[in-house]
Design a protein around this ligand. Structure first.
Ligand SMILES: *Cc1c(COP(=O)(O)O)cnc(C)c1O
Length: 384
């Protein structure tokens, strides 16, 4: 992505999220081209990755639907102009108010995560004289080989309905008058770079759909969730994720019937590379064993390193090519030892007042910002 110059940064407050909307558009072009002309393939954007209205506006214009995990996200999707029928609502703990919000908005599908939730949605739908489209979220017991905090498809995770109970709960869903069972939903985790996990998911789904077909139960939709990872180590060489390879896995491995739609819920891969968190160097501190670059961004602005031990590429802005290279621990000002963006990273010699860009911060960055330590929320600026 294109970074701002130090001269420009001198005129705006930091820390600041810098969004490259051209890159977002290029990403969406690549995504929609790779998804292809098969009308059965439907892509939804997982709003939780980044709900900025400026981004939602662009994403919607490429025809994507929305994947929401709260009532407020459903409202944000409606306000951004997403077609209600293309809005899906997942989450293990939907409140009564959230269910009603989504029902009244006329969303396309509730992804239901437990038997009890099914009864609650059914009750509300019948009270409102409506029928709720639902899919059952299945926990497919597939290891996504990603950080354990972003693995969601193992039996130890709180998400989805265990496969051992699926027959029984599908039977219940088919009998409920307020619910229309559309199909099955899966989401095995996030930042998945090993496509074997997606292949395994296809095989698991094939086994399940043929099992239900044999029982005379045919689903109209299959939802494989999101999880396509991005390259945090080389954002410059892979600014756009490998969408073609990703969709090919499903095209080649999933037995999709002619009358079935296949839904994808991509978050990180859509917005991840289109922003950098830009921060000013406050102090350089020579410790006994390490050299610290203390910057004005902290874990309150970007929590991924502290929460998931994630790494982001860090670059210094506008430093001369012949500047000596030094090793730094790049740390934030927050009173937590985990407020560290990188250890032992090689950067051109930094001085107070220099700027660094923490790359690949467009997803789960600004969206997860907090005011811990009573810090201000980060600012945002947009290219164009
Ligand atoms: C978070 C989430 C996604 C998006 O995951 P990414 O890794 O950002 O693609 C999709 N579906 C559900 C149900 C989610 O919770």
């Amino acid at each position: 992505m294109i970074l701002p110059t130090a001269e420009l940064l001198d005129r705006i407050p930091t820390p600041v999220y810098f969004y490259d909307l051209d890159l977002l558009e290029a990403t969406l072009k690549a995504l929609t081209e790779a998804a292809g002309t098969d009308q059965r393939f439907r892509v939804h954007y997982a709003i939780k990755a980044n709900p900025r209205p400026q981004l939602l506006d662009i994403i919607k214009s490429y025809g994507l639907g929305a994947d929401c995990v709260s009532g407020n996200e459903v409202t944000a999707a409606i306000e951004a102009g997403f077609e209600p029928g293309k809005i899906f609502f997942a989450g293990v703990g939907k409140t009564d108010e959230e269910i009603l919000t989504a029902l009244h908005a006329g969303i396309g599908c509730f992804n239901v995560e437990s038997e009890q939730e099914l009864y609650v949605i059914d009750d509300f739908a019948r009270e409102e004289m409506m029928t709720a489209n639902i899919a059952l979220r299945v926990n497919p017991e597939i290891d996504a080989h990603t950080h354990r905090y972003i693995t969601t498809g193992l039996s130890e995770n709180k998400f989805g309905i265990p496969m051992s109970q699926l027959d029984r709960i599908v039977g219940i869903a088919l009998r409920l008058k307020g619910c229309r069972l559309m199909g099955l939903h899966f989401h095995i985790g996030s930042q998945i770079r090993n496509f074997d996990s997606f292949k395994l998911l296809c095989e698991r789904i094939n086994a399940l759909t043929s099992h239900f077909d044999r029982k005379g139960i045919h689903f109209s939709s299959i939802n494989v969730g999101g999880g396509l990872g991005i390259d945090y180590d080389n954002p410059d060489s892979e600014p756009i994720p490998p969408f073609s390879d990703y969709f090919r896995i499903f095209r080649e491995n999933l037995n999709l019937a002619a009358d079935q739609t296949l839904h994808f819920e991509l978050g990180r891969s859509v917005t991840g590379q289109c922003a950098a968190l830009i921060s000013k160097v406050l102090y350089i501190k020579e410790g006994d064993t390490r050299r610290f670059a203390i910057i004005d961004a902290g874990m309150t602005d970007l929590i991924r390193p502290a929460l998931y031990q994630a790494t982001h590429t860090i670059v210094a802005i506008d430093k001369p090519a012949d500047a000596p290279v030094m090793k730094y621990d790049v740390v934030g000002p927050v009173c937590e030892s985990s407020d560290v963006f990188a250890t032992d990273v090689a950067l051109p010699e930094l001085r107070r007042g220099d700027y660094v860009a923490i790359m690949s911060a467009g997803a789960y960055g600004e969206a997860m910002a907090s005011r811990y330590n009573l810090r201000d929320l980060p600012e945002a600026v947009f290219s164009i």
